[in-house]
Structure formats: C-alpha cells, structure tokens
Design a protein around this ligand. Structure first.
Ligand SMILES: [Zn+2]
Length: 96
C-alpha cells in the first residue's frame, strides 16, 4: 500500500511538473510582431494619382503607384506653437 501511494504521488508530481511547464509555456505571450510602421509615406516626387487632388500617401512603406519610386516617410510636422496669451494682445480702444 505504501508503495502504491508513493507511486501515485510520483505520478501526480510528474504530471504537475509537466503540466506546469506546459502551462507556463502556453501562457507565455506570443512573440510580439515587429513594430508596425504606422508612419505616413509619400512619394518624394509628390505624385498625384489620376483623378485625385492630393499627392499620393499611404500608411507604411511601399512604392509610388504613379512613378514607382520608393515612398519616403513624411516628415512629422512640428507641434503647433502655443497660442499667444490674451494678456499680451494690445488693447483696442473702443470708439465712442
Ligand atoms: Zn511618385
């Protein structure tokens, strides 16, 4: 009886270890994909597709559908300047 109990414990322990390994491996987050390029790309020649009024742009790298050049990431515009405080605005005399 004692042997049987030991065997059962051993099996249980082995299952726990194996199960634990499997669970830990399964719970590991999948390798994150490479950082997606969400920048807006545009053609260096600012090509405009027929029928459109704006230069062609797309999210992510690629080739210009018009001239075939490699698209270049569009420069990020600088942040808008802070608004001028109203206190510095010259006072306009109100005509009476
Ligand atoms: Zn182009």
């Amino acid at each position: 009886m004692r042997l049987l109990r030991t065997a059962v414990l051993s099996v249980a322990l082995a299952l726990t270890v194996l199960g634990g390994c499997g669970n830990s491996a399964a719970s590991q987050p999948a390798t994150p994909p490479p950082t997606a390029d969400t920048r807006v790309y545009e053609c260096p020649m600012a090509c405009v597709k027929p029928g459109e009024s704006e230069p062609y742009t797309q999210v992510g790298p690629g080739d210009c559908p018009v001239c075939g050049m490699h698209l270049a990431p569009r420069a990020v515009p600088p942040p808008a300047p802070a608004p001028v405080p109203a206190a510095t605005a010259p006072a306009v005399p109100v005509p009476r």
